[in-house]
Ligand binder design. Sequence first.
Ligand SMILES: [Zn+2]
Length: 374
Amino acid sequence: MTPEINTARLLNSFMELCAIDAEPTKERAMADRLTTLLTELGVTVTEDDTGSRLGGNAGNLYATLPGSGPGETLLFSCHMDRVVPGCGVKPQLAGEYIVSDGSTVLGADDVAGLAAVLEGITAVREQGLPHPPLELLFSVAEELSLQGIEQFDASRIVSRCGFVLDAGGPVGEIVVKAPEQVRLSAVIHGRAAHAGIAPQEGISAIQIAATAIAGMKLLRIDDETTANIGSIRADGPTNIVPDHCELSAEARSTDPARLAMQVASMRQALEDAAQSAGGRVEISVRSNYRSYRLDPASEPVRRAGEAARRLGLNVRHRSTGGGSDANFFNEWGIPTAVLCCGFEKVHTCQERIAVAELTRLAQWVAAILTGAGE
Ligand SMILES: [Zn+2]
């Protein structure tokens, strides 16, 4: 049987959580409120020391709930932070949607997940329906390339089946493939000279960067691979040939071989440009998170699909170009699918979610909980 969702209560907690300030590394108020809500549910909550490690004011919240029925432990995870501008959010109804007042993001990414998990659990317990043991993990600093979850002690997780509620797209769709992200940072060294009297004695670090970038293949590389320059920093007077320029870029792919090729070609473009101008470049490359690909028969994909079909939702397996905490869970050997949450235009001040989608998301959580013994 499918549990009933209390839509009014769900909407209330969604609005309340959206209105709490929670920009990355400043999740204190959100963590406190969620701790209170979980404690009221009878859940034991602990907070790790990720806040102090990242220079933030809150850590990842980890909670366990004993099961009231058979089945293996399930992990549900969402992130507490949201992108900037994410403070002073005034969530409001606009027709069938919930929106912000247009001066901030809404924060549905990822409050929709948080509110749906809380309501799903509350509804199932209220109706006395059996559910398996649960682990909840609410992360910080997800929007900073997953730095929060990266700090979490993976050995604490006992689940072998996880769900991350954190993707756009219609509720019912399941993300089964996501890319690895590599960050490439470069410091270019040229030689300073007077730009008017002896420019021929200088080597322009800005020119080296420009030549390198012009020689790079960027943006959409192929159907699995992307690359982008995020920033170029050089700040000097016009009468000095610049001897310093910094550049940061990223590349992503769901295919490790293609990613390696893309990163190598970006590196080569920088080295070639520096060499031919007589300058030099220091390059550092870091993999922020690894890619994953889930089998349709894997536990989370199968369970999420079954639950969605019981609700009459359109089930579709899809890939994403974005990372989520699921990249880490999968890397840690916990097969984890990302559930699409119905939020739209995320990371913009036009972010919105339909009330009907939010409701379906909570129903989906409840259906997964109560379907787990199948
Ligand atoms: Zn998100």
